[in-house]
Write a protein that binds this ligand. Structure first.
Ligand code: HEM
Length: 527
């Protein structure tokens, strides 16, 4: 009995000493943060598990400022200047590599990938895929992307009410499947998620769980025993489906407008990519390219239906610009300033990558925001919290696309980097913009998009995030009805000849144009 008490006493003393050291003697002791988080890693891990880490970080940045110590060895940043310091290459500074805790392989035989932390392999894959994401290749991929938006729109036109979140996922996964695996998942055609997509959508929680265990070496070695059998089986099924799809695509000895053809040519000439490497990289491209874009579009549409003044202005820009739907293309939507501002503002309030992708400070330490940070420290720019700081954006929780047209005092748009910067920044940024622009434009041009339940208003940040947002199907109930517009108190007259010109009253949206402008704001509506 006495030895049990002695043992427990020793454990207690060790824990207290460990916490005391972390909080008051550690090289990061001068950085502010909540006491328990500075002393232990577990509050951070619990928060990641609960899915509320983005809200916690937001609260802490509000309280402690642009740098917060969120674990004994981790700092979170929200000041725009930190982007360059953490993620770009600077003269006389070693680059900060990705944090292996988040990007650890599940098994030693797993090949490296473009998302991995091995910098050499990353550089090799980045070079191989660079051409696949060039402007020239996007031009070739544009008709493929647009054909899926055609199919998406055709399906929506046949329905009265839809769960937009689900259908936007169908759209983006079908596009990514085609551009990576050489074939669509047929989610739009079948009106349901393909098994590959279903499993992939559960990745977030799994990744959050794995990264939490990885924080406590050597327990990560037990990971494979802790993960429930059925989840392990789903992962294996997913891998074999990916392998089959990847091999099928590689066997196609034809040039297709996709991500594979240019990378394959590069690999053949310079540095062959092995079959296993193809498999993992293709899966990453599918997932990175679809979940993010669907999440962004869902967030943007939610902001629009909750801010009808913005919806009106956007609808007007689109209907002024296009008389027929088929003119709405990737190329023609690039020049619409308000559409682009709406997308940026949606990405600010609903960033698909809600928490920062962490880096590790290399040997010798580094300087971030002019302050020394010791080697081994994890550092990250956390997007959700940074984008909602009043030190970066005026009225940070309001949906104001105009801030991207005319940034005013209080808007530091340099803090806004939803695609990251530096050598690991999003390789698919051009594709992402293309998909978001053309699908949002067609959706808003064609439909009166509104909430099925008018009272279903909530802030995007109130959802949980497990690396990706968990868009709760029950709470998100988007409706997309092909109805005539009924705006404010007035309905509209249709021109009997053309059937398209109608009058619009902006009242009822809490957004009133000055009388001299109101005349010019006419709606082009197709019933
Ligand atoms: C709205 C949509 C998207 C957002 C917000 C987004 C965001 C990001 C961010 C923040 C990173 C940086 C990760 C880091 O710093 O470690 C990243 C990397 C990446 N993204 Fe995206 N992304 C989007 C769409 C896409 C698309 C459409 C593709 C491909 C089709 C894609 C493929 C990738 C890949 C492969 C990487 C890793 C790049 C590297 O490490 O070199 N993403 N993305």
């Amino acid at each position: 009995m006495t030895w049990v008490i002695s043992f427990l006493g020793a454990c207690f003393m060790l824990t207290v000493s460990y916490a005391f050291y972390n909080a008051f003697l550690h090289p990061l002791r001068r950085y502010p943060g909540p006491l328990l988080w500075r002393a232990f890693r577990f509050p951070y891990v619990i928060s990641v598990h609960k899915g509320d880490i983005h809200r916690r970080l937001n609260t802490y940045h509000n309280k402690y400022g642009p740098v917060v110590r969120i674990a004994p060895d981790e700092l979170s940043y929200s000041h725009g200047a930190a982007w360059k310091d953490i993620y770009s290459s600077r003269p006389n500074h070693l680059p900060l590599p990705r944090n292996p805790t988040w990007f650890k392989k599940m098994s030693p035989d797993e090949p490296d990938s473009i998302m991995g932390y091995n910098e050499q392999s990353h550089a090799r894959f980045r070079r191989a895929f660079a051409n696949s994401f060039s402007e020239k290749n996007l031009l070739e991929q544009a008709p493929v992307i647009e054909s899926y938006v055609d199919a998406f729109m055709a399906k929506l036109k046949s329905m009265d009410t839809v769960d937009l979140n689900q259908w936007l996922n169908f759209l983006t996964f079908d596009i990514s499947g085609d551009l990576s695996f050489g074939e669509s998942f047929d989610c739009i055609k079948n009106g349901k998620a393909h098994p590959w997509v279903e499993i992939a959508q559960d990745f977030g929680k799994g990744l959050a769980f794995i990264s939490s265990i990885n924080q406590y070496p050597p327990f990560h070695k037990l990971l494979r025993y802790i993960i429930p059998k059925n989840i392990m089986q789903r992962t294996l099924d997913h891998r074999s489906m990916s392998a089959e799809k990847a091999q099928k695509r590689l066997a196609l000895e034809i040039d297709r407008p996709d991500f594979v053809t240019p990378a394959k040519k590069f690999g053949d000439q310079k540095n062959a990519i092995s079959d296993k490497e193809w498999e993992i990289n293709m899966s990453i491209l599918v997932f990175a390219g679809s979940e993010t874009a669907a999440s962004a579009l869902t967030g943007i549409v939610r902001q629009l239906v909750q801010n009808l003044g913005v919806m009106v202005r956007l609808t007007q820009e689109l209907r002024d610009a296009f008389i027929v739907e088929k003119d709405i293309s990737i190329a023609s939507t690039a020049r619409l300033p308000y559409l682009n501002a709406v997308i940026s503002e949606g990405l600010r309030l609903c960033p698909p990558v809600a928490i920062g992708v962490p880096r590790v400070v290399p040997p010798g330490g580094s300087t971030i925001l002019s302050q020394y940070v010791p080697a081994g420290t994890y550092v990250a720019f956390n997007q959700f919290s940074a984008f909602r700081q009043s030190s970066n954006f005026r009225s940070p929780n309001s949906f104001l696309p105009e801030r991207f047209l005319h940034p005013e005092d209080g808007d530091d748009v340099s803090a806004f980097q939803p695609f990251g910067i530096g050598r690991h920044s999003c390789i698919g940024v051009k594709v992402a913009w293309a998909v978001m622009r053309v699908s949002l434009a067609r959706l808003v041009w064609e439909f009166h998009v509104r909430l099925a339940d008018e009272g279903d208003n909530w802030d995007w940040g109130s959802q949980d995030t497990y690396i990706f947002w968990v868009s709760d199907g029950v709470r998100w109930n988007g409706a997309c009805a092909r109805t005539d517009l009924h705006i404010g108190e007035e309905t509209f007259e249709r021109d009997p000849e053309s059937g398209i010109i109608k009058k619009l009253d902006f009242r009822g949206f809490g957004y009133t144009f000055p009388p001299h402008r109101r005349k010019r704001h006419r709606y082009w509506i197709r019933g």
